[in-house]
Ligand binder design. Structure first.
Ligand code: GAR
Length: 210
């Protein structure tokens, strides 16, 4: 049976779109059953085109964070997901959502370096020579949960935040598709902070790390 996945987005949703494309193959093992957002995100249109239900829980319409988290948890629960994927969702999730769901997040840096909302700019400003993307389980901290997978991207001379982020997103999408598929098909083991993902990484992910 295919794992039920709810994807949360705030913006373009290119990572979500990559998951939709992958999930079109029944052998992938995961189905995107809904896409949610905290605002009128551009990516929702792509999900609607694919016939996937969408919902918006606007952060601005709730008087406090826990009320918003409760409302979000209720919308997510309607779709009974096995996995929630935060893919460019620019909000911190509270225990109201986390206690009921297994949530993974992608982040455009090699955590624990450069957590937060401006990871690509922060890495560039620091002057690092390599950066990348991380997939991790979400806990109540800011980008602090156990790391599932990471891919490396070199910083090139002349990179600005936009050019670097585009290259990161290219490898990040492959990593996300690989990780969600393996979580769905093979499961995982979590021992303290050590994540052991079932199955083998796909070739296009391992090649990025050479
Ligand atoms: C991705 O690069 C994701 O890692 C980042 O937002 C982008 C979303 O792109 N997330 C964060 O910075 C979270 N701190 P997308 O909307 O095109 O998938």
């Amino acid at each position: 049976m295919s794992a039920r996945v709810v994807v949360l987005i705030s913006g373009t949703g290119s990572n979500m779109a990559a998951l939709l494309d992958a999930a079109a193959d029944p052998a992938y093992g995961a189905t995107v059953v809904a896409v949610g957002a905290d605002r009128a995100a551009a990516g929702l249109a792509r999900a609607e085109q694919a016939g996937v239900p969408t919902f918006v829980v606007p952060f601005s319409e709730y008087s406090d964070r826990s009320e918003w988290n409760r409302a979000l948890a209720e919308r997510i629960a309607e779709f009974a997901p096995d996995l929630v994927v935060s893919a460019g969702f620019m909000r911190i999730l509270g225990h109201e959502v986390l206690r009921e769901n297994t949530v993974i997040n992608i982040h455009p840096a090699l955590l624990p370096a450069f957590p937060g909302a401006h990871a690509v700019r922060d890495a560039l400003d620091y002057g690092v020579k390599v950066t990348g993307a991380t997939a991790h389980f979400v806990d109540e901290g800011v980008d602090t949960g156990p790391v599932i997978e990471q891919v490396v991207v070199r910083v090139e001379d002349g990179d600005d935040a936009a050019s670097l982020h585009e290259r990161i997103k290219t490898v990040e999408r492959r990593m996300l598709v690989d990780v969600v598929g393996r979580l769905a098909r093979h499961g995982w083991a979590l021992n303290d902070r050590q994540v052991k993902l079932g199955g083998a990484p796909s070739k296009d992910v391992t090649e990025e790390n050479r």
